[in-house]
Design a protein around this ligand. Structure first.
Ligand code: PXP
Length: 247
């Protein structure tokens, strides 16, 4: 296993299945433990304001059970900041959040909210959390993320994956070029660069090949594949594909 490209496994959608029936299973903490055994370098969980998947109790359970670092995804709200400061996870990834969206649809507009976000992340950094900002592959946003004091940026791969799925390969390749250029740009500013959203076995390798990337965060596809092959083999295959292009 290479240690230069980490795999963060997002277990949100284990909780989506659980919540569809209001039952106690499947348990996202159990999934996270399996992910650790399967080669995940960290676990990612998004506590949404409407608690549609991960719950407060899940975060508590993950903090108590994990051996690998937790990457806590959250909106830039006072409530989420208080929860993060209580648990002090290894990493905090600030994402935009709209109640009506199905998933995190775009990156954060850091450039528009620079002052507020600078004040918002300062206590998180002071508490020892690595602060990451989820943004589009856009130079203005990367510069703003750097100015507010983020240590990490996570580039949104959703558009690249959507273009691939729709067979719009010219657009996909343009997006990949943008991601590649902006990963290099972010790295040149001293930021650690991550990427994620929508990645599958078909789309992961060109992204994993970008040399400046240090971490990919992948969830929905893996939880879907787990239905067919089990969670552990699904994660091992993703890890294998990432290692293949890095070796
Ligand atoms: N990274 C971020 C910042 C996200 O918001 C998400 C989705 O919660 C992911 C990665 C994982 O995306 P997916 O579940 O589509 O693999």
């Amino acid at each position: 296993m290479t240690d230069d490209l980490r795999l963060g496994v997002n277990i949100d959608h284990v909780a989506t299945v659980r919540n569809a029936r209001g039952s106690a299973y499947p348990d996202p903490v159990r999934a996270a433990k399996i992910a650790e055994q399967a080669g995940a370098d960290g676990i990612t969980a998004h506590l949404r304001e409407d608690r549609r998947h991960i719950s407060d109790a899940d975060i508590e359970g993950l903090m108590g059970a994990l051996e690998k670092p937790l990457n806590f995804e959250m909106a830039a709200t006072a409530e989420m900041q208080a929860i993060a400061l209580r648990h002090k996870p290894h990493a905090v990834c600030i994402v935009p959040e709209k109640r009506e969206e199905r998933t995190t649809e775009g990156g954060l507009d850091v450039a528009r909210e620079e002052n507020r976000l600078a004040h918002f992340i300062a206590p998180l950094r002071d508490a020892g959390c690595r602060v990451s900002i989820f943004i589009a592959a856009d130079q203005r946003q990367i510069e703003a993320a750097n100015r507010i004091g983020a240590e990490v940026i996570e580039l949104h791969t959703g558009a690249y994956c959507d273009f691939h799925a729709e067979g719009r390969f010219d657009h996909r390749d343009d997006e990949l070029k943008r991601l590649s250029d902006m990963a290099a740009f972010g790295h040149s500013m001293g930021l650690e660069v991550h990427a994620g959203h929508g990645l599958t076995y078909d789309t992961v390798q060109p992204i994993a090949a970008l040399p400046e990337l240090r971490e990919l965060n992948i969830g929905h596809f893996l939880v879907g594949e787990a239905i067919f092959m089990g969670l552990e083999p699904a994660i091992r295959e993703m890890r294998r594909l990432m290692d293949e292009v890095r070796s």
